[in-house]
Structure formats: C-alpha cells, structure tokens
Design a protein around this ligand. Structure first.
Ligand code: TYD
Length: 137
C-alpha cells in the first residue's frame, strides 16, 4: 500500500482488567484491531542505545505494544514524520503499510510486542531509504 500515511498510524487504547492482583490486557483480532493476526513476535534484551526497524513494509499491518518499559517509534511516510512514544502496556500503535519506521530509546528491560497481519516475508520489506522514497513517489 504505497499511499500509507503517518496520519493513518494511530495509538489505540486497549482494554485493561484491573484487580488487586494486577492487570490483564486482552487483544482480540477483528475487535481491538483492524486486521487479522497471523504472527506475533517480540523484541527484548535490546542493548542500551540500539535502534531497531530501519525499514518499511509494502503490505504488512502491525500493532506495536510496549508490554514492558518504553521506546520511541519514528514514523515516516516520505512526506511527513512523527515520533510516537509507547510506555504503557494497554496502548498500542497501529502501523499501516508504506511507512518507514525506526524504533529507538528502548528503556532497560523493555519488551516490544508486535502483532502482524501476515507471516514473515522478506519480499515485503523495503530496507533502503532511497528505495522507499522512490516507492512512495
Ligand atoms: P527485522 O524485521 O529486520 O527486525 P527489526 O525490525 O526488529 O529490527 O528482523 C530481524 C531479523 O529477524 C531478520 O534477519 C529477519 C528475522 N525475522 C524472521 O525471521 N521472522 C520474523 O517474523 C521477523 C520479524 C524477523
């Protein structure tokens, strides 16, 4: 989806069931999020100062959640940019296709959970920024 815009990438409030023994957040496909969940992966043990991302996807939708700790996500659609900070386990960021993203400022022990709309496919990645800008023209 080459027309994907950063204005389509919104932070959504997830649910939180709270009791004295702690909290639980439930994410159900087609209810909390606007795509079917085909894959879940998570980033963890990220060394201090490291960046992740540095690519775009052509078709993949994602919901990104800071299940522990915090990090910043730079979103870039070739025209506009914004930085979103995720720091609560009951909020998630929807990232539509056609968005370059960099993830950085990971706090110590943070976990970045990603719910994705398709299985892993390297062909869906654009890993070169100039190529991304050409794709978006
Ligand atoms: P990549 O998506 O580039 O990582 P990030 O955006 O977190 O910096 O993936 C890192 C490596 O992991 C890359 O070699 C591909 C591999 N990988 C899989 O094999 N399957 C997957 O579902 C994902 C997300 C990555």
């Amino acid at each position: 989806m080459k027309e994907g815009s950063i204005y389509d990438c919104n932070v959504v409030l997830l649910n939180k069931v709270h009791n004295r023994a702690g909290n639980i957040t439930i994410v159900e496909g087609n209810e909390s999020i606007p795509f079917p969940i085909k894959r879940i992966y998570y980033l963890y043990d990220i060394p201090s100062g490291e960046n992740r991302g540095g690519h775009a996807h052509k078709e993949l939708f994602q919901l990104i959640i800071a299940t522990s700790g915090s990090f910043d996500i730079l979103l870039d659609d070739g025209k506009n940019r914004k930085i979103v900070r995720l720091d609560r386990p009951n909020y998630g960021l929807i990232v539509v296709p056609g968005i370059w993203r960099d993830i950085f400022e990971f706090s110590s022990g943070s976990v970045c959970l990603v719910l994705a709309s398709t299985k892993y496919d390297e062909v869906d990645y654009i890993r070169n920024y100039d190529e991304f800008l050409k794709y978006k023209e």
